[in-house]
Design a protein around this ligand. Sequence first.
Ligand SMILES: *[C@@H]1O[C@H](CO)[C@@H](O)[C@H](O)[C@H]1NC(C)=O
Ligand SMILES: *[C@@H]1O[C@H](CO)[C@@H](O)[C@H](O)[C@H]1NC(C)=O
Ligand SMILES: *[C@@H]1O[C@H](CO)[C@@H](O)[C@H](O)[C@H]1NC(C)=O
Length: 398
Amino acid sequence: MSRIYSLLFYLMVPLWSTDSQSMTSEQMANYKRFLGHQDRLFEKLFKSYDPGINAIYTLHSVPETNGTVHPPRFEITIQLSMMKLVEVVEPEEKATFLFDYRADWYDTRLSWDPEDYGGINHIYVPRSKVWIPETTIVDCFSSEIKVFDNEYTRYAWLHSNGSIGMYIASVTSVVCQMDVYKFPMDTHTCSVNFLFMTYQLEEFTIVGKTGTLPRPVEQLGNGEWQMKSIQIAFEPVVDNLTYLTKFEATFSRNPGFYIVLVMIPAYFINVLSIVALFMDINNRSEKFTVGMTNIMSMSFILVILAEDLPKTKNLPILAIYTVTSLAIMLCSLTAVVALPKLKAYYANRSLARGEKIPKNDEVPRTFWERIKFYFKVEYVFMLVFQIANFVNFIIIFT
Ligand SMILES: *[C@@H]1O[C@H](CO)[C@@H](O)[C@H](O)[C@H]1NC(C)=O
Ligand SMILES: *[C@@H]1O[C@H](CO)[C@@H](O)[C@H](O)[C@H]1NC(C)=O
Ligand SMILES: *[C@@H]1O[C@H](CO)[C@@H](O)[C@H](O)[C@H]1NC(C)=O
């Protein structure tokens, strides 16, 4: 019997504990008092407040005299919260970031004395109810900026001293110049730049800050790109009247894909082609097939480059490598075609001088004579072209 009671007891415990988590009457009274104060505060703040009326002081152009003392410029603080590279489209010179930031400013019309409202120091207000300074991201594909502000996230925080702020999460695509000379070992810096386009330059300042990012910088790239640094920079505009606030991301390409799948195969194709050209030098018809195959595979690499890279003035070094490889192949081909003729010419000349020509099938006995027997001048050419090919390959990595 006592067992059943204890079982019942344990079954009841969760019920009691959930009961005790709901409010006591004292807590409930406090909460209701808070809600009452908050209602009153809302009433006070927004009774005559019109979010369409700006808080920007527009008399800065009037010279300051004894009669007029200007307040400081309107200041907005933009603190970076997240900047993750999503995608880089090199031919369009476009970089897309997950770009989140918080913006803080002061609106003195929205301040109150916490003493009068039960000590309430801050509240949350719908963004649609307050004036929000218009910030512009310059040099961007404005049609491609997506700001995630669903109805339920559209709130701002408001402090009793009039400080107001909000969090903005966006996907932002910016235009940035890309120098692909070092492709695929290239590094680029792209920035998201802030300015107010609507307001006059002397009426505001933007204070940029990089907050603590949620993840280490190395993890803010994507598979192809590694983030190196995220920095803030200021660029004076219009004679130092104000500054363009730039959040600069520097990222470099992970070259593995191109090295393993394009560059190393290209190198070995060249090595093999040169060997194939200089072996069995008297069989000339095959040589052109080898040369043609090689040129076709090199052109294929050029096609890959043309698709992936912007057509800028600076040729990427990989293109130079490929073109140089083509040149090396053409020289090899010329040498291969010319060599048998030269050999025939010299053989005729020594024959005319009456020198003895060794018979082909007779392997000599002494060491030096054997070397002379197996040695052929085309091997020297082969070596020279292989060295040229190797140097051409190594130069890319320096
Ligand atoms: C400001 O007022 C003081 C005293 O009234 C006067 O001496 C001074 O010249 C004034 N300055 C300007 C810029 O008008
Ligand atoms: C206004 O209040 C916020 C939040 O308490 C605080 O961070 C900020 O420094 C205050 N500003 C001034 C000018 O006191
Ligand atoms: C802007 O500021 C920089 C550095 O403070 C200075 O070197 C430059 O001369 C200034 N330019 C103008 C037009 O005042």
